[in-house]
Design a binder for this molecule. Structure first.
Ligand SMILES: Cc1cc2nc3c(=O)[nH]c(=O)nc-3n(C[C@H](O)[C@H](O)[C@H](O)COP(=O)(O)OP(=O)(O)OC[C@H]3O[C@@H](n4cnc5c(N)ncnc54)[C@H](O)[C@@H]3O)c2cc1C
Length: 476
């Protein structure tokens, strides 16, 4: 079969799809990326959630649905978790060495998170070096470039245009460009949502943009940010404000071990109230247990055995994205999306820890099969718009003169950890012309109640009403 596949993005989703495609006998595969070592995948610190054995599949499904407040698609959750073992075996076949002992992470009822055997807190590096090597060995063409737009003829994808004007023709395009946390002033990664904007302008639907997960403890030293994982709090690190008060038990009886959203809101409140929040890590042997964090701190002159570590919460993972079905198909023929850039409804209103690497791996397996079916004349089933989906038209004019730093500041202040109608209205007014940020703010105002990672101070509870908010370009 001769069919050309273009993949945008070289994170775990993009590279795994390229390798899977070559393994399925597809020879004309091109990966376009703005930075081969960029994106979140290289930075991942925890692990990959995989059921311990077949008896654990159901509890992994239940944990995922509970975290997502059942705004997930149950079929997608069962399907992806059902494929988890295949994905892990596939990685192992390519040289990944899992740690023999599984780890327990927040929201999981059992210790099922697989970490790397060597350099425990460097799962991202371990996996990405293996995938990069496999891509080289298989001779996948990797081109440096930035996505400018997706080319569509009628209702069908024809290829992509790069920012420098080059056009790459293709039978299908897989967008694997990561999330949009980088639209916030403080973020653990640089995802700017450019793939999502390109898809919108090509006629794709996007979904669940209001669901942005914040990480509560990101070390911030001289402007450099570095995630300090939950596991460090699990080992006994404590949060203290500028007045020297250990405050977490005031907010939740589980104190430092409360869920990510509760700790994020507490840290944010104390930051505003006292002007500073720190992690006291002095009781932990960081060098032994968390070598990467230790290296980051010491390289910046912080001695964690003695000094308090200044922290901030930061945007970390974005659940919303291009609306796709379980196989990664968007509503535009030939346009697929996988990884963090997609909204497959696997996560619902909140992502369970270590479920995102899993999602990307499983999607890369499924998307290649869907691509083969498509180019072999298979039917393209447009993802159905659900009965309780709210579809909103958006003006998608080209942005003129938007100040990105100002937009990131507005997103942080008004579309961040704690939201309210008043702040969101202000953000919407001031973000006009900045497509994705203004849509995140609009989704956050439409969803009036708090659920999952979306917290509205003016309506902190949830009535249980389930719906999803989708945007489409009124004038792509
Ligand atoms: C610090 C940190 C720790 C994490 N730890 C874990 C963990 O332990 N377990 C877990 O499951 N998840 C974790 N996550 C989340 C997880 O890492 C990501 O969700 C996942 O790696 C996303 O993979 P991806 O391939 O979709 O996107 P990314 O890895 O972000 O890759 C996106 C790719 O697209 C390219 N790109 C972007 N825009 C363009 C454009 N316009 N043109 C061309 N190329 C473009 C980028 O250069 C990059 O190559 C963590 C995230 C962070 C930031």
């Amino acid at each position: 079969m001769h069919a050309k596949l273009v993949i945008i993005g070289s994170g775990i989703a993009g590279l795994s799809a390229a390798i899977r495609a070559r393994e399925e006998g597809l020879n004309d595969v091109v990966v376009v990326t703005r930075d081969l070592r960029g994106g979140s995948s290289w930075k991942a610190q925890g692990g990959i959630a995989v059921p311990i054995d077949s008896s654990d599949v159901e509890s992994h499904v239940n944990d995922t649905l509970a975290a997502g407040r059942h705004l997930n698609d149950g079929w997608v959750v069962w399907g992806y978790i059902g494929f988890a073992r295949e994905s892990l075996n596939w990685l192992v076949k390519h040289g990944f060495e899992p740690c023999a002992r599984r780890s327990l992470e927040g929201g999981h009822s059992r210790a099922r998170v697989v970490r790397a055997r060597i350099g425990g807190d460097k799962i991202g590096e371990a996996v990405m070096s293996i995938l990069t090597k496999a891509v080289e060995e298989l001779g996948v063409q990797v081109v440096e470039g930035r996505l400018g737009g997706v080319e569509v003829n009628g209702d069908r994808v024809m290829g992509v245009v790069l920012e420098d004007g080059d056009v790459v023709r293709a039978d299908a395009v897989i967008l694997a460009t990561g999330g949009y946390s980088g639209l916030y002033l403080y973020s653990t990664n640089d995802g700017d949502g450019s793939g999502i904007e390109a898809a919108l302008r090509a006629g794709a639907l996007v979904r669940d943009l209001e669901f942005v997960q914040f990480h509560p403890t990101v070390a911030m030293i001289n402007g450099d940010l570095f995630l300090v994982s939950e596991a460090v709090r699990g080992e006994g690190a404590r949060l203290v404000n500028k007045d020297g008060e250990y405050f977490m038990s005031k907010y939740d009886e589980r104190a430092e071990l409360a869920t990510r959203d509760i700790v994020s809101r507490a840290v944010y409140a104390e930051l505003i109230r006292t002007g500073g929040v720190y992690l006291d890590i002095s009781s932990i042997d960081l060098e032994d247990k968390f070598p990467t964090i230790n290296d980051f701190l010491r390289a910046r002159g912080v001695r964690p055995d003695r000094d308090l570590v200044p922290i901030t919460p930061a945007a970390h993972y974005t659940i919303g994205g291009i609306a796709v079905d379980a196989l990664g198909r968007s509503n535009v023929k030939g346009l697929f999306a996988i990884g963090e850039t997609s909204s497959s409804l696997f996560h619902g209103a909140n992502r369970l820890a270590s479920n995102s690497l899993l999602e990307a791996l499983v999607q890369s397996y499924l998307v290649v099969r869907a691509f083969k079916a498509y180019v072999n004349g298979g039917v393209w089933n447009t993802p159905a718009i659900g009965r309780y989906d709210l579809v909103v038209d958006a003006e998608c004019r080209e942005a003129d003169g938007v100040d990105l730093n100002m937009a990131r500041d507005l997103m942080w202040r008004y579309v961040g950890i704690v939201r309210s109608e008043e702040g969101l209205r202000r953000a919407i007014d001031e973000l006009e012309g900045s497509l994705l940020p203004s849509l995140v703010a609009r989704a956050a105002i439409i969803r009036r109640e708090s659920v999952g990672v979306h917290y509205r101070a003016d309506s902190p509870n949830w009535s249980g009403t389930k719906f999803h908010i989708l945007f489409r370009c009124h004038s792509p």
